[in-house]
Design a protein around this ligand. Structure first.
Ligand code: NAD
Length: 455
């Protein structure tokens, strides 16, 4: 079906008010959960085909993530969708004022490949919860999941309201030319600029979920073993292809050696002596990205790992020290299995290092020093933060997820997602009781005096 016809079909359905009904929204949410649960085996296989995702990793980050998100949204939907009263000042009395969340219409959801199922279904949960229709465009770089979404969504969800378009740049460009009511894009900043320019043509609201270089500061007071374990998990999960993975570490000189040893021990404990043979270690999405990541090996000194097998999309968990700060390793988002360690003289220098660069999607600190922790929270601007852990804030459904500035615009997860895809409409309701006539012409001195008095 031509894309414009598809959009018109959803718009017409939206105008019937079916999607505004809370019961319809709940049915669709339940259908998303059924889709995931009843097809778990096929989904895990597709994630294996696209990214060699280890089963447990895939289950936590794609299957369970979605079912938990549905449960949380389902439970709170009625409360979120309720109009909320605000106080009404005397000049508009008698009257009632309230905020009514209303759906926006039809939302275009453009997904990325690294968590290819989660990155379309989690936004879809929020979009449906808010009472909207949607056209989903999964990433063509994860073809097995894209095909599966295209097969399963029409089977489980209301086709009048939700549809899937598969494809790459050509198809996305054609979709972006249309007049959607909201566009939600997950991916890199370069394409985000194209999306934003297309949205500007129709003044369409946008949500941009982007990436960046998420830093980690570690000081002497941190428990190095626990720190290394949490960082190693967050960095090498999905072979480093996680938007909120630690991108680089900031540490003082004296910590470099013990930290490297602690991280190395964790790599061995998690993935064995040869991670290429480990069933717990994933692969890079394609050879092009693998080549890009391997080229960073030249930008510093490799102290752990450094092996690659481009043909099989493998990059070993790698630690590098003394990275050239003007090299691609330190100027671009790594989005792969390399962890550079940057030496800093002090905590203040570490903060400055982060502040002088683009605002990251996440920023982490490992420390027992409460003063430093407070300063990190107060001074470092980032989409989100974890103290003494990485990534795990994302397991808290009521914490909004999203970047700031170059790392993104808008947030979702929990109520933030519901609000993001709603318009919060202001309503004042008044009865037919005669007004105090002060606001009406003809104006007079006593009316002005009265208004000054009640103000
Ligand atoms: P990608 O290549 O899958 O592209 C994302 C989407 O953009 C795809 O659906 C693709 O078809 C579309 N696209 C690509 N080029 C286009 C063009 N010229 N015009 C219109 N559409 C186009 O994914 P990617 O960009 O490689 O994703 C990786 C980036 O995404 C990283 O920067 C990562 O940090 C970020 N990311 C962010 C989040 C988040 O939630 N904030 C999550 C995952 C990934």
């Amino acid at each position: 079906m031509p894309y414009q016809t598809l959009l018109t079909k959803h718009r017409q359905y939206f105008d019937t008010n079916v999607t505004r009904d809370i019961l319809w929204r709940k049915q669709q949410l339940q259908a998303i959960k059924n889709l995931v649960i009843e097809n778990e085996k096929e989904i895990l296989q597709a994630l294996q085909d696209d990214l060699a995702k280890p089963t447990l990793e895939a289950w936590i980050t794609e299957i369970s993530y979605i079912t938990s998100d549905v449960d949380h949204t389902y439970k709170h939907l009625k409360k979120w969708a309720k109009p909320s009263r605000v106080s009404t000042p005397i000049v508009v009395q008698p009257g009632k004022s309230f905020i009514k969340p209303e759906p926006q219409g039809t939302v275009l959801i453009i997904g990325a490949w690294n968590y290819p199922l989660q990155l379309v279904l989690a936004p879809l949960i929020a979009v449906i919860a808010a009472g909207n229709c949607a056209i989903i465009k999964p990433s063509e770089l994860a073809p097995a999941i894209s095909g599966l979404i295209n097969k399963l969504v029409p089977k489980y969800l209301d086709n009048n309201a939700i549809s899937v378009v598969e494809g790459g740049v050509t198809e996305t460009t054609a979709l972006l030319a249309l007049n959607f009511d909201h566009i939600m894009y997950t991916g890199n900043g370069q394409v985000a600029r194209i999306v934003m320019a297309a949205a500007a043509k129709h003044l369409t609201p946008i949500t941009l979920e982007l990436g960046g270089k998420s830093p980690v500061y570690i000081d002497e007071s941190a428990d190095l073993k626990i720190t290394a374990k949490r960082i190693a998990w967050g960095k090498w999960m999905n072979a480093g292809q996680t938007c909120i993975a630690p991108d680089y570490l900031l540490v003082k000189e004296n910590l470099i050696e013990p930290l490297t040893l602690a991280l190395k021990a964790q790599i061995t404990a998690m993935f064995g002596k040869n991670p290429q043979t480990s069933k717990s270690y994933g692969r890079i999405i394609n050879q092009r990205h693998c080549q890009r990541i391997a080229s960073y090996f030249n930008d510093g000194e490799i102290v752990v790992g450094g092996e690659s097998d481009i043909e099989r999309c493998y990059i070993a968990p790698t630690i590098m020290i003394n990275p050239a700060l003007d090299s691609p390793l330190m100027t671009d988002e790594i989005f792969g299995a390399i962890l550079p360690i940057v030496t800093v003289e002090s905590f203040d220098k570490a903060k400055l290092f982060v502040k002088q660069r683009e605002k990251p999607l996440s920023a982490y600190i490992f420390s027992r020093d409460s003063v430093q922790i407070e300063q990190w929270i107060n001074e470092i601007s980032s989409g989100s933060q974890c103290i003494n852990d990485v990534i795990m804030f994302n397991a808290v459904p009521d914490l909004p997820f999203g970047g700031t500035g170059p790392s993104g615009i808008g947030q979702y997860s929990g109520k933030a997602g519901f609000d993001n895809f709603s318009h919060l409409k202001s309503v004042l309701k008044r009865p037919f009781i005669k007004d105090i006539p002060v606001r009406f012409a003809p104006y007079s001195q006593w009316k002005l005096k009265f208004l000054r008095f009640i103000r």
